[in-house]
Design a binder for this molecule. Structure first.
Ligand code: 6PG
Length: 249
């Protein structure tokens, strides 16, 4: 099974995640001048963001060198309560000394296809200026991810065309079950990361987590199975409730 670490509860998951964010920043800044992170949305990361905004974590990261992107966004204005950018600002970004120029939100207020195209252009410009092994790819130092109780991650929802996208890094996806548009990084972009870190908590996620981690491979049904960094590491930080249906090792 993947690298799965089980913690007693959501707060200890958040604590472990904060330690890993600090470590990923240390690794990136040991050899470079910036730490690129793609934030996730939903409710799970709120506790992590709050920890990063206070001692000891706030002082453990040089925020002037942190470059923030998002893995996905809802198609709402940035001040909307459903906005992932709103969540990150309210819980973290408004409390750390990160330059505004380092924050690259997805413009959910735009027409979805235009928002996706604009974000793709922004990402390609950013990573082209920092080519690694001369391959242009979305080489985030760290991508934070959550998982829905249906096995979606970012805004890669079951049965959507976004799952099959192999060249674009960002797509607009109409999610029938939500009756809403989303903007999401594609598996190709997410899997270019140096590190992917899933945070999954709560008993409601247990059936999907078991299906994703221990069930047959069926990514159309469980899109989180699409995430596997091509040359990076991936870790699942989960609480006991979410892990309650996993086979014992
Ligand atoms: C989003 C997230 C999404 C989220 C899962 C889990 O925009 O909603 O990126 O992928 O991680 O839906 O959400 P919760 O943390 O609220 O359970």
């Amino acid at each position: 099974m993947e690298n799965v670490q089980v913690y007693p509860d959501p707060q200890t998951v958040a604590q472990a995640a904060a330690e890993r964010v600090v470590r990923a920043a240390e690794v990136a800044l040991a050899t470079g001048d910036r730490f690129t992170i793609a934030l996730s949305g939903g409710s799970t990361p709120r506790a992590l963001y709050a920890l990063l905004a206070e001692e000891p974590f706030i002082r453990a990261i040089d925020w002037t060198k942190v470059i923030v992107f998002w893995g996905d966004e809802r198609c709402v204005p940035p001040d909307h309560p459903d906005s992932n950018a709103h969540l990150a600002r309210a819980a973290l970004l408004d409390f750390v000394p990160i330059p505004m120029a380092n924050i690259h939100r997805i413009h959910g207020e735009m027409e979805p296809e235009q928002a996706a195209a604009a974000y793709e252009t922004r990402l390609r410009e950013f990573f082209a200026a920092r080519l690694h092994d001369d391959r242009l790819r979305a080489r985030f130092d760290l991508v934070l991810l959550g998982m829905g109780d249906d096995g979606h991650t970012a805004s890669l929802f079951p049965g959507t065309a976004a799952l099959g996208e192999t060249t674009r890094w960002v797509v607009a996806s109409y999610v029938e079950k939500l009756g809403a548009w989303r903007i999401t990084l594609t598996p190709a972009a997410l899997n270019a990361a140096a590190e992917a870190l899933f945070l999954v908590t709560g008993a409601g996620k247990a059936p999907a987590l078991r299906a994703v981690l221990a069930g047959p491979r069926q990514p159309e049904r469980y899109p989180a199975q699409l995430i596997a960094p091509e040359d990076g590491q991936m870790t699942w930080l989960v609480d006991a409730a979410a892990a309650s249906l996993l086979p014992t090792l």
